[in-house]
Design a binder for this molecule. Structure first.
Ligand SMILES: Nc1ncnc2c1ncn2[C@@H]1O[C@H](COP(=O)(O)OP(=O)(O)OP(=O)(O)O)[C@@H](O)[C@H]1O
Ligand SMILES: [Zn+2]
Length: 570
């Protein structure tokens, strides 16, 4: 039995995630976790909310809540929506947890001891009215290059010029609008990534079969320009992990916190501790420490492309730099972007369909199927309502749903609500089993390789094979002249329903559970032996005709949604 540690990029806390976030991280991670469990492997699947940093503080202020309270509440909201989408995390943690605080401070201490942290004195803008330092992008002013009056301290959106806050003409706080700003000297800690460039490059070169998207982004950061740069890992904020060297104070760093991108990936480890502390597991080090049993763990991470540099370089730098035997990632599955109807999904602009809204419209499986079968793997992909409607109606309703309904209703009307007996396989059944065997082995291969679209395509082809068989065998005609043969055909088809439920569960878990229940079986063993898997439901085994598995989306319904989601979310 193999052991799989699986993590999804941790969603930021300041709002409900959109369908792009879902398909770029949590959903494919769930697909893989469910598949590995179905194959009988041991899986620890972790996710969490990413809670620190200025955007969380600002969102809390906007909601007139203390930031800790706001984050706790939003964590609850995200956890509930994740459940709605059937994301099967073993634990959904929080980067603001006590466990993560201690671990983050521990790593910083180890890195400092290894000489990989240096202090840098910087000039930063302080807002007297807000009583805080302002991160670059929270300073606004007029662009010295093009005169645009809403340029940000890091970049002018209008002419794209990269800026320093001190370049701005008439700078003001983007939080309060105050112009009472001053430049103050402040000290920060930098992680000496440049010292680790060779070690990181060597490590990346030994990773096998990583997606090109992953390695190309990593290589770009390693070698472009002056190569890998040292990175500031502290901030002058109130909300975050207080800067400490292990358990000791860090002289000169009083009142500062670690930068959110330093503590967020460490939460992958802390989430395993939280899982144990919540009484759901007994030993987290067995998953994370190669000196304590994790050397046979295969660790896979899922994320959108913008997260790749932090996972290929910064987090490995933290782990390697600690000099301790922590588990490093084995495979990074990264995604391009899903766009929405001719533009981008955007949380800040409220553009697109958000996870809570999606569940109000249709059950999770409809979304899971569309998103996974259109995952932005080799390039960006686009959500359109027409495509969503077509795919649901065709794949789910016409192919899978219709097969189930025809088979079960026909059996009930001509035989009974039990698997009929009699008859023996002929050449078409042998041919079907051969096709299925080939396709199921291919499906396993694609799932193992995390080729999400190819897996969906193969699964659809497996459903289609059953439909084509049924069409050709036509038990409704056979029955008139040869009821024995019709009984065999229907027995095979009923067994196919169970087989479909087992194979489809990683994609559409609710429908799968419904079909298993209708077939009145709990045998969800993986079809290593396809002919045997098609005889699990024996003659006489009772079943029920399920409610409609998937319904079709009507044109006027689709138009209504198109209209409703064309603007921005308020
Ligand atoms: N349009 C998209 N398509 C696919 N993945 C995406 C998309 N937008 C974000 N992601 C991924 O979603 C995951 C969670 O993102 P996170 O919560 O940090 O939001 P984000 O990256 O700030 O996106 P946004 O600003 O649109 O909310 C990350 O792995 C990110 O790379
Ligand atoms: Zn400009």
């Amino acid at each position: 039995m193999a052991r799989h540690l699986i993590t999804s990029a941790i969603p930021y806390i300041n709002g409900i995630k959109h369908l792009g976030n879902l398909v770029g991280s949590q959903l494919p991670a769930d697909l893989y976790a469910r598949f590995q469990r179905a194959r009988g492997n041991e899986v620890l699947f972790l996710c969490a909310t990413d809670e620190h940093g200025t955007p969380a503080e600002l969102a809390a202020a906007k909601a007139s809540k203390p930031v800790a309270e706001y984050c706790a509440e939003m964590h609850g909201v995200q956890a509930q929506i994740a459940e709605g989408f059937r994301l099967s995390f073993d634990h959904f943690g929080r980067s603001s947890s006590e466990q993560n605080k201690k671990l983050t401070q521990h790593f910083a201490g180890r890195l400092a001891d290894a000489g990989l942290i240096r202090e840098v004195s910087e000039k930063q803008v302080y807002s007297n009215a807000d009583g805080r330092f302002l991160p670059d992008r929270y300073i606004e002013g007029t662009c010295p290059n093009c005169g645009y009056d809403k340029a940000r301290g890091d970049q002018c959106e209008n002419c794209t010029k990269q800026l320093d806050p001190t370049d701005l003409i008439d700078p003001r706080s983007a939080i309060s609008g105050s112009t009472d700003l001053e430049v103050r000297e402040t000290k920060h800690l930098y992680l000496c990534q440049s010292q680790m460039k060779d070690q990181l490059e060597e490590w990346i070169d030994t990773r096998e079969g990583w997606p090109i998207l992953t390695t190309s982004i990593a290589k770009k950061w390693l070698t472009d320009g002056d190569g890998l740069q040292d990175r500031g890992i502290t901030r002058d904020l109130a909300w975050g992990v207080p800067v400490k060297k292990g358990t000791e104070e860090w002289p000169g760093m009083e009142g500062k916190v670690f930068y959110v991108w330093f503590d967020a990936p460490i939460e992958y480890i802390a989430a395993a501790q939280e899982w144990v502390d919540a009484g759901k597991g007994t030993d987290w080090e067995r998953w994370w420490r190669t000196d304590k049993g994790a050397d046979d763990v295969r660790y896979t991470q899922f994320m959108g492309k913008d997260n790749v540099p932090f996972h290929t370089l910064s987090f490995p730098a933290t782990i390697l730099g600690s000099g301790e035997p922590w588990k490093l990632v084995d495979y990074i599955k990264s995604f391009n972007y899903l766009n929405y109807d001719g533009g981008q999904f955007s949380t800040s602009q409220g553009r697109g369909v958000f996870m809570d809204q999606a569940l109000e419209i249709l059950p999770a499986d409809y979304w899971r199927w569309w998103l996974l079968s259109h995952a932005p793997e080799s390039s960006d992909s686009e959500f359109t309502w027409e495509n969503f409607q077509a795919s649901v109606n065709k794949d789910l309703a016409d192919v899978l749903g219709n097969f189930v309904s025809r088979v079960t209703k026909f059996c009930r009307s001509k035989f009974s609500e039990a698997v009929p007996e009699g008859g023996a396989y002929g050449p078409s059944e042998e041919a079907l089993i051969e096709t299925l065997t080939t396709r199921i082995r291919a499906y396993e291969g694609h799932m193992e390789a995390m080729e999400v679209r190819k897996s969906a395509g193969e699964l659809r082809a497996i459903w289609v094979a059953g439909n084509e068989y049924l069409q050709e065998a036509a038990p409704w005609s056979t029955f008139k002249t040869d009821p024995e043969t019709a009984a065999m055909q229907i027995r095979l088809a009923l067994n196919l329903i169970r087989l479909y439920a087992v194979l489809s569960a990683p994609f559409i878990p609710d429908a799968s559970a419904q079909l298993m229940q209708a077939m009145q079986t709990e045998d969800d063993s993986w079809p290593d032996d396809v002919p045997a898997a098609l005889q699990v439901l024996e003659p006489g085994h009772a079943f029920t005709v399920p409610e409609v598995t998937f319904r079709k989306i009507a044109d006027d319904e689709r138009e209504g949604w198109q209209e409703r989601f064309s603007g921005v979310r308020s």
